[in-house]
Design a protein around this ligand. Structure first.
Ligand SMILES: *Cc1c(COP(=O)(O)O)cnc(C)c1O
Length: 389
């Protein structure tokens, strides 16, 4: 059997895969089973921050691999402690809990918010407000947090205690807060899976003020936009606010599974011994790799993210066949005249891998994609957008 037949016979049918087998990669170039080269504008969904087989990241992971690959959380390990330190120093957060995915980071934030509110306000203050169009994960609880009906309907009943607010209507959010017993507001600064839309500054400022006024924890889900992708280290930093909890995953690991839930001053001691845990959380390989990624996301480096972002926005805005361009930094949504699926297929034919988010084409290139490769990829996308069917 070829790999497609093998996969379709034995791997669960949860993914509609593209007809393409990836066999190797270097930086922002990937190669299929026939040796055809593609420019990677998806990075494994915002994971491969510095592309494939990045030498600095690879050597950090390899060096740790040669020492030891795993122990339990009953012992101290240096990569875990140093990564937590750097995350706190770069964000002003106070403590970090490590898991292995975005969903787990959000689960941790939700547990923390519930315990915080219970201790401060009482047993019945457990509601968590999330935004419509949001995406927070696939576990039963993070599905409940996800403000999109389509993900819910086959899996009811979900975890209770979630309320949904329209991310364009601050007065509706205000009345939701005032008429319920709320523990937290959970939001993505830039909604990813929901269609690559950045929240407005007015909405985020209003939400932060509300949270402060009512002593509600403000939780930023930075799983996709975090770790430099917005042009700042974390997406919330573009809004001049400070969340009480920041969750992240995807790009932090640079390709190995990691999730982080960072606690600010208000809730750094909320979780205590035995309240939460993870067998793999804080794994030394994942942490050593993540540390090498975070160390390189300097302000100087992030200027390059802004430069690449400006280039993409300028080239695509108003181009033939392009209706709109949305997002922030190197997380970009492109609304085209033609269906996104057709654009994705044509780009693939022409050697460029792009993603979709709802009806849009989604771009999530490596933060260090060489300019000449980026230019070629955008030219291909423009050709696909302008083509008549
Ligand atoms: C991908 C994503 C998640 C879920 O992350 P997993 O690692 O797949 O569990 C949560 N929140 C946002 C914003 C995401 O983009």
């Amino acid at each position: 059997m070829n790999v497609i037949e093998l996969d379709q016979s034995y791997v669960a049918n949860t993914y509609r895969r593209f007809p393409l087998e990836i066999v190797s990669g270097k930086g922002s170039l990937v190669y299929d089973e026939n040796g055809k080269e593609y420019i990677d504008m998806g990075t494994g969904i915002a994971v491969n921050t510095f592309g494939l087989c990045d030498p600095v990241w690879s050597s950090a992971v390899t060096l740790q691999m040669q020492k030891f690959q795993h122990t339990s959380n009953l012992y101290y390990t240096r990569p875990c402690a140093e990564l937590a330190q750097l995350l706190c120093e770069r964000t002003g957060m106070k403590k970090v809990f490590f898991g292995n995915s975005g969903a787990e980071a959000n689960e941790c934030a939700i547990k923390t918010a519930r315990k915080y509110a219970k201790e401060k306000k009482g047993e019945d203050y457990y509601q968590i407000i999330t935004l419509t169009g949001s995406f927070h994960g696939r576990t039963v609880t993070t599905l409940a947090a996800t403000g999109q009906e389509v993900f819910h309907k086959e899996f009811l009943p979900l975890t209770e205690g979630f309320l949904y607010a329209d991310p364009t209507n601050l007065s509706a959010l205000t009345s939701l807060v005032e008429s319920n017993k709320v523990a937290a507001i959970l939001f993505e600064p830039v909604q990813g899976e929901g269609g690559v839309t950045a929240l407005s500054h007015e909405f985020v400022a209003g939400m932060a003020a509300l949270a402060k006024k009512h002593d509600i924890l403000l939780i930023a889900d930075e799983v996709q936009i975090g770790n430099g992708r917005s042009g700042k280290l974390y997406g919330y930093m573009n809004y001049g606010i400070t969340p009480d909890i920041v969750t992240t995953a995807k790009g932090l690991g640079g390709g190995l599974p990691i999730g982080a839930c960072m606690f600010g001053e208000k809730c750094e001691f909320t979780l205590g011994f035995g309240d939460h845990g993870s067998t793999f959380g804080g794994n030394p390989l994942a942490c050593a790799g993540a540390l090498s990624i975070l160390q390189r996301l300097t302000d100087k480096f992030l200027e390059g993210v802004g430069k690449r972002s400006d280039y993409i926005f300028k080239k695509l805005s108003g181009a033939r066949g392009v209706k709109s361009v949305s997002g922030m930094g190197l997380m970009i949504g492109v609304e085209c005249d033609r269906p996104a699926a057709e654009i994705v297929a044509e780009c693939r034919e022409m050697g460029v891998l792009v993603l979709t988010a709802k009806a849009k084409v989604r771009l999530l290139p490596a933060l260090n994609i060489p300019m000449d490769q980026l230019e070629r990829a955008i030219d291909v996308l423009l050709t696909a957008c302008a083509a008549k069917e």
